[in-house]
Design a binder for this molecule. Structure first.
Ligand SMILES: [Zn+2]
Length: 105
């Protein structure tokens, strides 16, 4: 199963998560890399993700995930629960991770 990345919004997911591209012929010019799949979110064409980029993105996702956990933990440690500013920050970071991670998470 190939992992793809949207050329516009950078959504990453498995091939099965992307939709068949509409108007394929009008969306390609000679010399373009061919793709017949489009992003479920924004509709832009999606292309296979090279292994090297795969690793870079995974590392970035893990970094964000750790940052989100640290925010949540600091909110919890000061006795306010996962609320307030640190809680919001943690939620934002987690949302970002989920979006970037696609179905990996
Ligand atoms: Zn997209």
């Amino acid at each position: 199963m190939t992992t793809l990345i949207c050329q516009s919004c950078s959504f990453i997911g498995k091939e099965s998560e992307f939709n068949p591209a509409k108007n394929i012929t009008s969306r390609h010019e000679i010399g373009d890399t061919y793709s017949d799949l489009e992003c479920p979110g924004c509709g832009a064409l999606a292309y296979p993700l090279p292994d090297s980029e795969h690793a870079i993105i995974l590392r970035a996702i893990i970094k964000e995930l750790i940052a989100a956990l640290e925010c949540a933990l600091s909110a919890w440690k000061c006795g306010h629960g996962i609320t307030g500013h640190a809680g919001e920050l943690a939620q934002k970071k987690l949302d970002k991770v989920k979006k970037a991670g696609g179905t990996w998470l």
